[in-house]
Design a protein around this ligand. Structure first.
Ligand SMILES: Cc1ncc(COP(=O)(O)O)c(C=O)c1O
Length: 398
């Protein structure tokens, strides 16, 4: 999926493969956020919010590294949460609007959510009906929305396609009838993933086509995530035009976006170290101090091959390296890669673009040491935000 070249310069103190004995200022393994690159991404959303009638939220499911929230909060209006815990994190660390959407709510979570959310979206009419009496008794209830299925998604991988046949996510037009349930003020449509502005345009066309008769009644329309406005080549001007045109047709509807990945796209890396090198008849296995299944699960789930700084596609006759995780899962490897110099034990391997859907999804499977988390500041200094210990591993299990 991620084919664009990394745009981050080599951070000071981090060595590329081929320089194994230099002093390492960043301990391995470590997720490293690059502050300057995050600011560049935020500038894109600043421009979008300035030029189009839209508010942008951070989807915590994609990125919830709260040490960076003060910076992100300068630009984004609030957060979107998909569970009680994400909602609690949003209130504690982010502030601003809190939009909550969960595929299914638990009774016991609803009191807190109703007391704190500015917007709440239900995935089905039955969940809306279940909690409607509680909302009615709530002193200052959030604005209520329903998740719709716009009958279109450009996503081809079923694991990430919310509009696949018989989907459990979102309400199809035939299940909504002709009248919006009383009290419903908004719609949420999430059908994109790493998508362009033309997919956004098609989404809006579909919403007008399938749900157009509800639009006069709506106060807000949340267009979910998947708007990869920070990818090189994304036509931001076209997205602004599309949003403006929709607004001109429906000026009473507030537009909201809640991207996750796009906020931190290509703003940091996962630093790892070669622990062992195991040759076989065709490839050379590299054992790393990180694990794809535990720390970069999307690489195996999507699947996609992450960019490694300084590596390239193997050419005829070159030594072929396969990057192996240090878990015991047989399939915990990815390849193939080639390097201009042979790898040695102790070399650093830098996986690019490892901020979104990594820390939020990582596990302590196999007891593999969990990568630390830190930031490379604009002045070139490194600040450690979190290191993990055996006690963290044990605390998850009892
Ligand atoms: C409802 C909803 N909103 C927002 C997002 C964020 O999407 P992305 O990180 O692709 O921008 C997701 C991702 O799954 C989602 O399900």
């Amino acid at each position: 999926m991620k084919t664009s070249p990394p745009h981050s310069p080599l951070p000071p103190g981090v060595e590329t493969p081929g320089y194994p004995h230099s002093p390492f200022t960043i301990p391995s393994p470590c997720f490293v956020l690059e502050e300057a690159l995050l600011e560049e991404n935020l500038a894109v959303f600043e421009r979008v919010q300035h030029s189009a009638p839209v508010r942008v939220l951070l989807a915590l499911k994609g990125f919830s590294l709260f040490h960076s929230f003060p910076l992100i909060r300068k630009t984004l209006r609030g957060a979107s949460a998909s569970s009680l815990w994400e909602a609690q994190l949003a209130v504690e660390k982010f502030g601003g609007e809190l939009h909550v959407y969960s595929p299914a709510y638990r009774d016991e979570d609803m009191g807190w959510i109703l007391a704190n959310a500015s917007h709440i979206t239900f995935n089905s009419v039955s969940q809306w009906e279940r909690f409607r009496p509680l909302i009615g008794r709530s002193p200052s209830p959030p604005s209520v929305g329903l998740r719709i299925n716009p009958q279109y998604s450009p996503v081809e991988t079923a694991l990430y396609n919310p509009c696949q046949p018989s989907t459990r996510l979102g309400i199809s037009p035939e299940y909504l009838g002709n009248l919006l349930p009383e009290g419903v003020e908004g719609f949420l449509s999430h059908n994109l993933c790493e998508s362009d502005s033309y997919a956004l345009e098609k989404t809006l066309i579909n919403i007008e086509h399938f749900f157009g008769h509800f639009l006069p009644q709506l106060k807000w329309l949340n267009l979910g995530g998947g708007h990869l406005m920070t990818r090189q080549g994304y036509d931001v001007e076209h997205a602004i035009k599309v949003l403006k045109e929709f607004h001109n047709r429906h000026p009473h509807i507030e537009l909201i976006l809640e991207p996750g990945a796009a906020i931190v796209w290509e703003t940091g890396f996962l630093l790892s170290t070669v622990l062992d090198i195991i040759p076989t008849s065709d490839v050379t296995n590299v054992m790393l101090d990180v694990s794809f299944t535990a720390h970069m699960p999307d690489c195996l789930e999507m699947p996609y091959k992450p960019v490694i700084r300084g590596a390239h596609e193997p050419q005829q006759g070159e030594k072929v390296y396969r990057m192996g995780g240090s878990s015991c899962l047989a399939g915990d490897f990815l390849g193939d890669y080639a390097f201009s110099e042979d790898l040695s034990v102790g070399d650093r391997i830098i996986f690019e673009d490892m901020m979104h859907y990594t820390m939020v999804k990582s596990s302590m499977f196999n007891g593999v040491v969990h990568p630390s988390i830190g930031v490379l500041k604009k002045d070139g200094t490194f600040e450690m935000w979190r290191q993990f210990s055996y006690e963290d591993y044990r605390a998850r299990l009892g």
